[in-house]
Design a protein around this ligand. Structure first.
Ligand SMILES: C[S@@+](CC[C@H](N)C(=O)[O-])C[C@H]1O[C@@H](n2cnc3c(N)ncnc32)[C@H](O)[C@@H]1O
Length: 205
């Protein structure tokens, strides 16, 4: 349970309970050097070329935060699960990174603004994704970008957000929008996948 007495997520999953084993999945822990290298390459392409401030929302154990920090970015990670935040703090100990317990939909960052808001596998589970995206746009500096990695998982009862729905939600906000399919990129997942996986990089006007 989170410290506010609610379940640690809005998606029905108790993320505190899952935190200890979360990194066992290849694309979560990025322990396999080839999987880690695949994500590092993507992040380098998606994040700003110069060192900047990156806000990793629903950061989990901080695996993408660590890659961003290794690429010179200053990272703020937010997660609603205190257990996830504790693991992220441990993973990035000594780096230019801070981790806070909070709601990704309304991150507790005050007046701070960012060069990139990075969100992997979180937006789909947040109520009111259009409203959430508008809030995230407001957290960007001029020229900043949203980097969203999402998908639709499972075949019997699929969950997630399809790329066409996400791009429709972003259309009123985004000046420039790039969608990359990641379904064929087994190196990212540590195995072949046959569901919809993608990233969107959106630079609002
Ligand atoms: C599938 S994991 C993804 C973790 C990380 N983004 C990654 O890609 O490795 C989902 C994460 O989102 C967090 N989460 C779910 N709902 C949240 C919310 N409303 N606010 C903040 N974090 C949330 C969970 O605690 C969990 O750590």
């Amino acid at each position: 349970m989170s410290d506010d007495g609610e379940r640690a997520s809005t998606d029905g999953v108790d993320w505190d309970a899952r935190a200890a084993a979360f990194d066992d999945e290849p694309d979560h822990g990025l322990r396999d050097p080839s999987v880690r290298a695949a994500w590092a390459g993507r992040l380098r392409a998606w994040l700003p070329g110069r060192a900047g401030d990156v806000l990793d929302l629903g950061c989990g154990t901080g695996s993408l935060s660590l890659l961003a920090a290794d690429q010179g970015h200053r990272v703020t990670g937010i997660d609603r699960s205190p257990a996830m935040v504790a693991l992220a703090r441990e993973k990035l100990a000594g780096r230019d990174a801070v981790f806070l317990v909070g709601d990704a939909a309304t991150p507790p960052v005050g007046e701070r603004r960012y060069d990139a808001v990075l969100v992997r596998h979180v937006l789909w589970a947040l109520p009111g994704p259009g409203r959430v995206l508008r809030h995230w746009r407001g957290l960007l500096r001029p020229g900043g970008r949203l980097v969203l990695v999402e998908g639709v998982w499972g075949t019997v009862s699929p969950v997630g957000i399809p790329a066409d729905r996400l791009t429709a939600l972003l259309a009123p906000l985004a000046g420039r929008l790039r969608v990359e399919s990641l379904s064929q990129e087994a190196a990212l997942w540590g195995r072949e996948v046959d569901d919809e996986r993608y990233a969107v990089v959106a630079v609002p006007d």
